[in-house]
Structure formats: structure tokens, C-alpha cells
Design a protein around this ligand. Structure first.
Ligand code: SAM
Length: 281
């Protein structure tokens, strides 16, 4: 049986297994184990936690998570070429790594993990926001996970933590900040990856709040933010007119001027407005 010290360097793993990066799978690999350990540490103490990793690829971050003491890692990978190198890692950490060959969009990870659960991933860019949106809207709150530590394109990370009044402020900021504490904890240049992507990347850490920051129904908040930011240059009395016949009164009742625009409203105001509109339904 091999131990962790016998695991080959990641460049060799990639060469040995013919892991040429596929764009269609969003493959940009992290090969520096000091860097992957640093990313793993952003998730806090892992020793008492199960970790879900989506898209382990050749296993750089997986090794970081295990070396940083994760109780157990469930690694969900779509690309069958990565399975052999991942099973080598599983052998080096007996009983601590389960590899699942699946599309992360088609599985229910909670069924395979024991709380507390942390999600830590260098996400494939093509499905990153879709997965984040699902994790943030699991039906019941609190969700099955306690924190998310995720790599995104810098531009997406900025949308997650954006404040009112900024260009990046929109539905993603509302969705994330309503039920989590979200902050950018690391920035990485393109050269940190193989092959390098065109853009800079950021790691975002989101901690689930025990309950949403302000009361609102998720569907109502979704409808209001979709309509408001769908026509973000328009005044709210125009962009939201399809949501309630007396939208100007609803806006005023929520303490919002009908002439304001979406990006001027705080999260608290969006929640108040969604409650006002629900009252009118
Ligand atoms: N974690 C590795 C690292 O940091 O080097 C690889 C990260 S790479 C950005 C994204 C990984 O996600 C690839 O290994 C890719 O094959 C995998 N992937 C892409 N779409 C997926 C999906 N729908 N479900 C599971 N894995 C997926």
C-alpha cells in the first residue's frame, strides 16, 4: 500500500494519465500543493468535518484537504480519466476519500455525507454559478452544509460580495448575502493554473447563517430581484409593474421611492419589498 509520501508530483500524474485539459469540462488544474493546502485552510478547521469537493481533477486540492486533516472527503468527478490518480490518493489516506464518478448537477450529495459538512471546490467555470445557486436555495434553511469555500472567476466573486451602488451588485449578491456571510479570502493569477485561464480567480468563503438576515419568502425575493435587475436601468415603478397592479403604493409602503433603481436598494429593502408584494398577492 502506498503512503502520502509516495504520491507522485501532480505534473507527473497528468503526464502518466494523459490528462490533457478539456475546455468543455472547465479544466484548469492547480498543481502547487502549497497553494492547494492554503486554499483548504480557508475553510477553517476540517478535522471534525466531512468535505464535498466537486471536480477534484487530478486531485491537487483533494490532497490539500486530506493533508489539512479533513475527516472525510467525497470527491465528485465527471471525467473518468481522473479516477485512477484519485484512487491512488484514496489508498494513501485509507477510509478518508470516497470518489464518485458522476455529474455534480445530478446527485444529492447530502445523502452521502455526515454533518458538519463543508463544501470546498475549485469549480468548473461552466457550472460554478449553477451549483452555487442550488446550494444557496436548498428548500429548507439552514442547508446541509455549514460553509462553502469556492474558486470562481474574479468577476463572479465580486458579484457575490458586491455592495449596493456598485456595477457588480445584482441578484447573485442578494441571493448570497441574504443567507450567508460572504467574503473574498484569496486572489490567484492565471499562472497559478495549468493551463492558465484568461482571467484572474478568487476564492470566496461563505458561512451559512442560522437564519436569513431579514424575513422574506425565497420565491418572492427571487421574483422581485429578477424583475428589478432584469431592467436595472429603469425606475422600479416601471421594472416591477408586472408584479403588482399598485406597485407604486407597495414600494412606498416598503419605504422605497418608486423612482429609485434596483442597484440603489439594500438587501433589507429588497426583503421588505418582497414581503409587501406577497401581502398584496
Ligand atoms: N480541483 C482540480 C484542481 O483544482 O486542480 C480541478 C479543477 S477544474 C477547474 C474543474 C474540474 O471539474 C475538472 O476536473 C472537471 O473534469 C470537473 N467537472 C466539470 N464538470 C463537472 C460536473 N458537472 N460534475 C463533476 N465534475 C465536473
Amino acid at each position: 500500500m502506498s503512503g502520502i509520501d509516495d504520491l507522485p508530483p501532480l505534473r507527473q500524474v497528468i503526464a502518466d494519465h494523459g490528462l490533457s485539459a478539456r475546455k468543455s469540462l472547465g479544466q484548469n488544474f492547480l498543481l502547487d500543493l502549497n497553494l492547494t493546502a492554503k486554499i483548504a485552510r480557508q475553510a477553517g478547521d476540517l478535522s471534525g468535518a466531512d468535505v464535498l469537493e466537486v471536480g477534484p481533477g487530478p486531485g491537487g486540492l483533494t490532497r490539500g484537504l486530506l493533508a489539512e486533516g479533513a475527516r472525510r472527503v467525497l470527491a465528485v468527478e465527471k471525467d473518468t480519466r481522473c479516477l485512477a490518480p484519485l484512487s491512488q490518493i484514496a489508498e494513501a489516506y485509507p477510509g478518508r476519500l470516497e470518489v464518485m464518478n458522476a455529474d455534480a448537477l445530478k446527485i444529492d450529495p447530502a445523502a452521502h455525507l455526515t454533518p458538519p459538512i463543508k463544501i470546498v471546490s475549485n469549480l468548473p467555470y461552466n457550472v460554478g454559478t449553477e451549483l452555487l445557486t442550488r446550494w444557496l436555495d436548498p428548500g429548507d434553511w439552514p442547508p446541509f452544509w455549514s460553509s462553502l469555500t469556492l474558486m470562481f472567476q474574479k468577476e463572479v466573486a465580486q458579484r457575490i460580495v458586491a455592495a449596493p451602488g456598485s456595477k457588480a451588485y445584482g441578484r447573485l449578491a442578494i441571493l448570497c448575502q441574504w443567507r450567508t456571510d460572504a467574503r473574498i479570502v484569496m486572489e490567484l493569477p492565471p499562472e497559478a493554473f495549468t493551463p492558465p485561464p484568461k482571467v484572474r480567480s478568487s476564492v470566496v468563503h461563505l458561512t451559512a447563517l442560522p437564519q436569513p438576515r431579514f424575513p422574506a419568502d425565497p420565491k418572492g425575493l427571487f421574483r422581485v430581484t429578477q424583475a428589478a435587475f432584469g431592467q436595472r436601468r429603469k425606475m422600479l415603478r416601471a421594472s416591477l409593474k408586472g408584479l403588482a397592479p399598485d406597485i407604486e403604493d407597495r414600494l412606498t409602503a416598503a419605504g422605497i421611492k418608486p423612482t429609485q433603481r434596483a442597484e440603489e436598494l439594500s438587501l433589507e429593502q429588497f426583503c421588505a419589498l418582497s414581503r409587501e408584494i406577497a401581502r398584496a398577492d
